[in-house]
Design a protein around this ligand. Structure first.
Ligand SMILES: Cc1cc2nc3c(=O)[nH]c(=O)nc-3n(C[C@H](O)[C@H](O)[C@H](O)COP(=O)(O)OP(=O)(O)OC[C@H]3O[C@@H](n4cnc5c(N)ncnc54)[C@H](O)[C@@H]3O)c2cc1C
Length: 405
């Protein structure tokens, strides 16, 4: 496969890198301490920096590089988007997964023209922040079993139910909600997607704290919430499962996994080159060198996977390839965990301290060791990704859902 970039793409890549290098000097300590992904929701200072950066992306015209100009995008290709995403994650800069990467992409493909013109520009400008309303207490891996209902009543839908694990709902303006519009349907049939304002009467957001007290997750309760019918994405009921499966692929096929682990590994290489144990630099220890070399190989393999997915998407024939998205997701998620595990192991006891002057690299090893397990759960667990690869990618028979009640 030919990965040659055009002269313009090479120049843009340099411009992105310079931009992130300079802007990220302004990130407050709270932003770095909180791990920079979902944890951006934890502190006010981290969240303010996120919004500042979203504003900067919009000013530069880079917030949605591959979206058409009429919806606020730059009208470029997925390749420019990939280069931007890679630089963004390499420098640990804020990313809008839920608005730009997921819901916005789905709106582009599935919404009506009126909805595209209304919903997309405020996502690009950073004015409206989205969260994802999919999981429920009894519907996670088996998402199609969800029970939140949206029943038509005149020009509105009346929504009742509960969502859980909703990252950042307490900081967000809107939620893209998956709900059952056909009460007699089962599983994927009869589901629809709605664009819902979180300030509507009847919505209650309750925090679900991490074990250390941090606030990222929420439960979102809907009690007789009246949502205008104009917010039904695509305007047709019961098309939500098709829309959601495509949105899942947008969430799963991310270059960010590999650029993010590259940055962690580069920081760690600097650490082993400058840290001595028993009078010798850690970088001189053959076991440590081999472990780091192996991680480097894994990151390069993952990066190639992300590039080949982008090139295939550019040719237009893979937009909804679930298997490719799952391959990227399972490899990237587990790689994040491998990097954290190796780093913690090599740092020894120092790798276990986080908020302390004794914590090397501002505690990223300990933070990553605890948080990165989440990369194997969020967006669909690694087991589910492997099921998809076996079924859709390799043509093995689909396993039936087993009812336990
Ligand atoms: C960091 C993070 C952020 C998240 N953010 C959001 C969000 O913003 N919005 C949202 O809606 N959700 C969010 N989630 C929820 C996430 O989508 C679910 O946790 C995930 O889909 C798994 O569902 P579950 O937790 O109900 O686990 P379960 O589905 O109960 O799974 C439990 C275990 O059983 C295994 N399992 C289940 N079914 C199978 C099967 N068929 N074959 C093999 N193994 C199986 C799973 O792999 C897992 O190990 C987030 C989760 C995390 C970790």
């Amino acid at each position: 496969m030919d990965y040659n970039l055009t002269k313009q793409q090479i120049a843009l890549k340099k411009e992105f890198e310079h931009f992130f290098q300079e802007e990220m000097k302004k990130a407050p300590p709270e932003y770095w301490q909180s791990g920079q992904f979902e944890t951006v929701y934890i502190s006010d200072a981290g969240w303010e920096f996120y919004k500042y950066m979203k504003g900067r992306y919009a000013e530069k015209g880079w917030a949605a590089l591959a979206w058409p100009i009429e919806y606020g995008g730059a009208g470029l290709t997925l390749m420019e988007q990939l280069l931007f995403d890679e630089a963004q994650s390499l420098y640990g800069a804020p990313r809008d997964i839920y608005g730009i990467r997921m819901f916005g992409q789905a709106v582009l493909v599935f919404a009506t023209e009126e909805q595209r013109k209304r919903i997309l520009p405020p996502i690009v400008s950073g004015e409206i922040q989205y969260c994802q309303g999919w999981s429920e207490p009894n519907a996670g891996s088996d998402l199609a079993a969800l029970t939140t209902t949206a029943v038509r009543d005149g020009n509105e839908y009346v929504v009742n139910g509960q969502k859980t694990w909703t990252s950042g709902a307490h900081r967000s303006d809107k939620i893209f909600l998956l709900a059952r519009t056909d009460p007699n349907s089962s599983r994927g049939e009869g589901l629809s997607v709605f664009n819902v304002d979180l300030k509507l009467p009847g919505i209650e957001i309750r925090p679900v704290h991490f074990m250390n007290g941090d606030h990222v997750f929420n439960e979102v309760y809907f009690t007789d919430v009246r949502v205008p019918a104009s917010e039904l994405i695509g305007g047709e009921e019961n098309d939500g499962w098709r829309q959601t499966r495509a949105t899942m692929n947008f969430e799963r096929s991310l270059i960010a996994f590999f650029a993010g682990t590259r940055r962690r590994l580069d920081e760690f290489i600097e650490y082993v080159k400058t840290t001595k144990r028993d009078g010798r630099y850690l970088a001189e220890n053959p076991i440590i060198r081999h472990k780091i070399a192996q991680l480097h190989v894994d990151i390069e393999v993952g990066r190639s996977l992300a590039y080949s997915t982008a090139f295939a998407e550019l040719s237009g024939n893979m937009l909804f390839s679930a298997a490719a998205a799952s391959e990227s997701r399972v490899f990237g998620g587990e790689l994040y965990q491998r990097v954290a595990n190796v780093t913690t192991e090599i740092m020894g006891l120092y790798g276990q301290v986080e908020s302390s002057r004794w914590a090397p690299l501002h505690g990223i090893a300990s933070d990553g060791y605890q948080f990165n397990i989440g990369f194997n759960i969020g967006g669909g667990t690694s087991e589910i990704q492997r099921n998809i690869i076996a079924w859709i990618g390799l043509g093995m028979p689909r396993l039936k859902t087993v009812k336990t009640k």
